[in-house]
Design a protein around this ligand. Structure first.
Ligand code: SF4
Ligand code: SF4
Length: 294
């Protein structure tokens, strides 16, 4: 079987331009599967504009309780044992407050509590231009993002890579450093951190690099809007050198990026000759070389 290489794009927080870069790079790589693992705010599909949804699959989350009023004797035991105040005086359960601990189910002598796994969302396998595949997920309202869903999206992406005979998966990871981010980066060949030159950007960069180092994932850095503060950009480059990270490149502030987002296009399609597009093409060239070696 072909050795499949996985690259994840992450950021210490949202709004750093991670998805814009993921969208632009997606259009440059040939023979790929794209996975949107930013399942809380999946929006890469708006830029990639999939041609067709080939398959829709269900994602089930943890268990939640529901009371059957026909069986309920209104004894009140469940309300006493629920530590999350999820059960109202008329014995209905608020699904948003229920933490799925199961106490009401186990203590109800009338067996009036139904305690089962519930549908938490869907994931979609789509075709995109150039015979590529794109996998993304949508959670139902009120459902929590989880590493489990990220893992499901990544598994589907791997299966699609095998089926379509490609050896590269590009993952748009969630922001932050929580459980879904860990699920996105573990076992990948390269993590690309996108950040901005601000004090919080430096702080977030260090936190996410701690994480990628912990999981022994090769890490590269892109500074977006580098020219809004060249001093912090210099500091980030220095940090890169100290931590043995790959400095992939810097993208200048470009108003056309916001306009491209509004038109659901990548910056490469919207303004191919602007400086930001040029920087992204340079980043792509470097990535291509790095991925040959990992
Ligand atoms: S413990 Fe069971 S029977 Fe008693 S109030 Fe709760 S659901 Fe109804
Ligand atoms: S499963 Fe736990 S949290 Fe949910 S209603 Fe029952 S006791 Fe409360």
């Amino acid at each position: 079987m072909t050795h499949i290489k996985e690259m994840v794009i992450v950021s210490g927080k949202g709004g750093t331009g991670k998805t814009s870069l993921a969208g632009a790079l997606s259009s440059l790589f040939q023979g790929k599967v794209i996975a949107d693992c930013d399942v809380d705010a999946a929006n890469l599909h708006l830029i990639l504009q999939p041609e067709e949804v080939l398959q829709t699959k269900e994602f089930t989350g943890g268990k939640k309780a529901k009371i059957d009023p026909e069986r309920c004797t209104k004894c009140g035991t469940c309300r006493e044992v629920c530590r999350y105040d999820a059960i109202s005086e008329d014995f209905t359960i608020d699904p948003f407050s229920c933490e799925g601990c199961g106490a009401c189910y186990f203590f109800c002598s009338a067996m009036a509590v139904n305690f089962s796994t519930r549908l938490a969302g869907h994931y979609y396998i789509c075709s995109i231009s150039g015979n590529g595949r794109f996998v993304f997920a949508e959670l139902l309202p009120g459902e929590d993002n989880s590493g489990k869903l990220v893992a499901a999206v990544r598994n589907e992406a791997r299966e699609e890579a095998v089926k379509t005979g490609v050896n590269f998966i590009l993952i748009d990871g969630p922001p932050g450093i929580g459980c879904p981010v860990i699920s996105s980066i573990t076992g990948t060949h390269l993590a690309v951190v996108v950040t901005e030159p601000t004090p919080s950007g430096i702080h977030d960069l260090k936190r996410i690099v701690d994480l990628t180092h912990h999981f022994q994932v090769k890490t590269a850095l892109v500074v977006n809007k580098w020219d809004i503060h060249p001093g912090y950009t210099r500091e980030m480059k220095q940090y890169c050198a100290e931590q043995n990270l790959i400095f992939l490149g810097e993208i200048p502030y470009e108003t056309a990026i916001t306009k491209a987002q509004k038109e659901a296009k990548t910056i490469l399609d919207f303004a191919p000759d602007c400086a930001a597009s040029g920087s992204i093409r340079e980043i792509y060239t470097k990535l291509h070389e790095i991925l040959e070696e990992v």
